[in-house]
Structure formats: C-alpha cells, structure tokens
Design a protein around this ligand. Structure first.
Ligand SMILES: Nc1ncnc2c1ncn2[C@@H]1O[C@H](COP(=O)(O)OP(=O)(O)O)[C@@H](O)[C@H]1O
Ligand SMILES: [Mg+2]
Length: 249
C-alpha cells in the first residue's frame, strides 16, 4: 500500500439533528497537497474541525481517523497538535492587538513549553516565505491587510513544525491577485515535506496546486480523482469552475 499520513472515514458528523457529513472518506500522503472543494455549507469546515478534534460542543462525529498509522479519533486537540497536525482556521483567529512576532512565537508555544532548545527556529523560514511579515514584525495583527493576516495565520501554524497542515479556505475574502500569491506560497511549502489538506470554495485555485481532490456536496463525497482530471471533469467545470477555461497546470 502507498504511504499515507492521514486516512479518514467513512466519517459522519452532525450538529444535533443536522447531518453535516455523510460517509466522507479521504487519504493524504506525505508531501502531498490534497484538496476538498465544495460550495458554502458543503461541510468543509466541519470536516477539518472533525479531523482536528475541534468540533464545537453539541456536534458529534463518528468514523475512523488514522494519522501516521495510529487511530486518533479519541485524541483531543492538544494531542493532535503535539503529534504534528495544525489547523489554520477559517476565521484566522489571530491575536489582534499583539504584534506579528508575538503571534508567530505563540505558534511555537507548545515547543517552548516542552523546552525544545530551538523552539523558535521556524522564524527564519517563515520570514523567508513571507518577507512582508518580517517588514511588519512589530505591527499589531489587526492592522494588517487580509492577505497579510492569512500569511500570519499560515506562518503561525508553521512555527509548530507540523507534518500535516489543515487549511480552511485560505482564499476567503481575498482579492484574486492576493489569492494567487498565497497559493504560490502554499505550493512552495510542498518542498518542506509538510502534507496539506486544503478545503476551498475557490476550486480553480485549489485544483491548480493540488495533487488530488475530493468534491463535497452537502455532506456527501460526490467525486474524487487526481486534481488534473477533476479540473477538466464536466461536472466540476459546470458546477465549480463556471464558464471560464478549466484550470490546467
Ligand atoms: N455550529 C454549528 N451548529 C449547527 N450547524 C452547523 C454548525 N456549523 C456548521 N453547521 C451546519 O453544517 C453544515 C456544514 O457547514 P460547514 O462545515 O461550515 O460548511 P462549509 O465550511 O463547507 O461552508 C451547514 O449546513 C451548516 O449550517
Ligand atoms: Mg467553512
């Protein structure tokens, strides 16, 4: 069997009586970018929060989640973070009044607390990926532009040296040009060996950088396949890529 870092499903999740995921399955291999595309309300955030063990109270999830061969379904968020899973949430959840550098350091807090001698050694890499953050090192997070906030949220997640990065709609609310910049960096992150699960409404941008993709429709897995094939799939083109040219590499 191929090497797998994450294997989940079939997963069912619900908020009280509302079913948000039904039989969703996916696999992510080391160093891969896997995308889950779907419209607003399809269940994308529910999926990532379920994988992170971070569903809100009142929500429930059933189904197997295997990470690096271990069943982690019963693990809490802290244990998943310690094992190398990081989530960049849809609401970036930055500390608005704190500076860029302090937000980044907080991303390495677990490593600091574990007394890792090189706990903040991720700073150099984050600044080389995002020179704009280095230029704004002492600026408060809530004074950054939307794109810079997304960079900071990504940078903060990288400070914990994750093996698996869960990205919840990094394109949300950003202008097309800014989206392109962020996605170029996500694509570059591949070279660091981190595996990524990217959920997106912006199917065009996501399928351009992903290796493999899943299509989520109102909680159901509607389609899956290599991203290149999904990008020219008739149903995907019609429902998610509009009338423009399909996204080709
Ligand atoms: N906290 C919640 N309480 C109740 N229903 C929720 C909650 N969060 C999401 N839902 C419902 O679950 C479904 C999937 O939502 P979500 O995972 O946020 O979709 P997406 O991220 O794809 O936009 C939607 O029908 C949404 O209304
Ligand atoms: Mg969402």
């Amino acid at each position: 069997m191929d090497e797998v870092i994450l294997e989940a499903g079939p997963l069912n999740a619900r908020y009280g009586k509302v079913e948000a995921l039904h039989g969703m399955k996916l696999r992510v291999a080391p160093g891969q970018i896997v995308t889950v595309i779907g419209a607003n309300g399809a269940g994308k955030s529910t999926l990532l929060n379920a994988l992170m063990g971070a569903l809100p109270t009142g929500a429930s999830c059933a189904g197997e989640v295997r990470y690096q061969g271990e069943r982690i379904g019963e693990w809490d968020v802290e244990e998943r973070v310690a094992a190398g899973i990081a989530l960049v949430p849809e609401r970036r959840e930055l500390f608005g009044s704190m500076s860029v550098i302090d937000n980044l350091r907080l991303g390495a807090f677990r490593r600091y607390r574990a007394r890792e001698p090189a706990w903040d050694d991720g700073l150099e890499r984050v600044f080389s990926l995002f020179p704009r953050l280095q230029e704004r090192i002492n600026q408060a997070a809530n004074t950054l532009s939307g794109g810079e906030r997304q960079m900071l949220a990504l940078g903060r997640a990288l400070m914990g040296r994750p093996r698996l990065l869960l990205l919840d709609e990094p394109s949300l609310g950003l202008a097309p040009l800014v989206v392109r910049g962020i996605f170029r960096i996500i694509d570059e992150l591949r070279t660091t060996g981190v595996a990524m699960l990217l959920v997106e409404q912006n199917a065009r941008a996501a399928l351009q950088i992903a290796d493999y993709g899943y299509v989520l429709e109102t909680g159901d897995l509607a389609l899956e396949g290599p991203a290149r094939e999904l990008a020219i799939n008739e149903r995907v083109v019609e429902s998610y890529l509009g009338l423009g040219k399909p996204a080709l590499r």
